[in-house]
Design a protein around this ligand. Structure first.
Ligand code: COA
Length: 331
């Protein structure tokens, strides 16, 4: 049994029961710790729903990292020039490492890696909408490297100040590496935006394609967000979806416009009175479709992961067998 009343079957390691009544005294102490800005650690008591929410969110984040490596991974052999190839290989490798860090953080909450991967492959667990679109040209890769990494950093820097120790520590390390990714993405983006007419039109086209998925990236508007209220009260999410979207627009719209590019939203402008960005509502029905398996690349992305899972089974087995041989029997 783990700290927050999560009970496991010893053999299958599957949770048998996810809800025992939260003890009101322990709950009050937990809420006091959160209010005081303390970090919650794996062995500490935590409400069952805090644990469930963290598993959901960190698991989705981990899946996003490993699925997110796929659209860029397909460009490694086609990246223009040796230096761009090297940077892209390093970046894709980092993203897989981020997946590892996040799966480790989620495992501290009691869900096994195997169960998380199963839930990704059977479609039970989501991953970020943006990775269900194709990277059609090299310009798409520069938009991903610049703007999607920027969007991820806005989210992750905020949440790294949150309440669950293992997730925050993983995010701190991830943000450090993501800032390097952002620099290489920005550099490649500028190269195209200040290049030939063809390069400029390629990057403009890519920007037009990716703008709506990027607006979707921060999640539904606060008024329809299902989990925000609770996650913000428990300091798992340190900014609301709308606030993160606004922060992104504040930092990156000027950087795009100063390169003479345009954004495909005639309604986009900053309200001088509130200081907040106004924009046309992105298509939220499309968002729901994409995050529920109906985007242009969902089945391709999961297909690759399923292939990797099946074809890598013998490697995992060999490693496990080898580990078992090395360990001494306990008397
Ligand atoms: N892609 C896929 N699904 C998304 C999404 C996105 N960009 N934004 C929201 N959703 C899903 C949520 O997971 C939730 O679905 P669920 O109840 O089936 O789990 C649903 O839409 C409702 O959204 P909301 O109530 O706003 O979810 P949330 O409070 O968890 O906020 C995030 C959504 C993405 C902001 C939040 O989960 C988060 O900060 N995650 C960690 C960072 C991350 O995963 N980044 C992606 C890759 S770098």
């Amino acid at each position: 049994m783990y700290g927050g009343g999560y009970i496991f079957d010893e053999q299958s390691k599957r949770p048998l029961q996810t809800q025992l009544e939260d003890d009101p005294v322990k709950l009050a102490d937990f809420e006091r710790r959160i209010a005081a800005g303390e970090k919650i650690e794996p062995g500490d008591w935590m409400p069952v729903d805090y644990r469930k929410q963290l598993i959901r969110l960190i698991e989705q984040h981990a899946h996003s990292e490993i699925i997110g490596a796929l659209p860029e991974g397909t460009w490694i052999t086609r990246a223009p020039g040796f230096k761009r190839k090297l940077a892209l290989i390093a970046k894709v490798q980092d993203e897989i490492g981020h997946g590892q860090l996040l799966y480790n953080a989620a495992e501290t909450l009691g869900k096994s890696r195997e169960m998380m991967i199963n839930d990704l492959l059977n479609g039970k667990s989501k991953y970020s909408n943006v990775f269900n679109y194709p990277a059609e040209t090299w310009a798409d890769v520069t938009v991903i490297g610049f703007l999607i990494d920027a969007a991820a950093i806005v989210n992750q820097v905020a949440n790294s100040k949150g309440s669950y120790g293992p997730y925050c520590r993983a995010l701190e390390r991830i943000c450090y590496e993501e800032s390097f990714h952002l620099k290489q993405g920005h550099d490649a983006f500028i190269e195209l935006a200040t290049g030939t007419a063809l390069q400029r039109s390629m990057v403009q086209d890519a920007l037009n394609r990716w703008w709506q998925p990027i607006m979707h990236f921060f999640g539904p508007p606060d008024k329809t967000s299902v989990h925000s209220e609770k996650l913000m009260r428990w300091k798992v999410k340190m900014a609301s979806n709308d606030d993160m979207r606004n922060q992104f627009l504040d930092s990156y719209v000027p950087k795009i416009l100063e390169l003479g590019l345009t954004l495909p939203d005639p309604g986009l402008r900053k309200d001088p009175e509130t200081g907040k960005w106004l924009f046309s509502d992105p298509d939220w029905d499309l968002f729901m479709k994409v995050i529920n398996g109906g985007g242009p690349c969902n089945s391709e992305r999961l297909g690759v992961r399923k292939w990797a899972e099946e074809n890598g089974r013998w490697v995992r087995k060999a490693l496990m067998d080898n580990n078992q041989k090395k360990s001494f029997p306990v008397a």
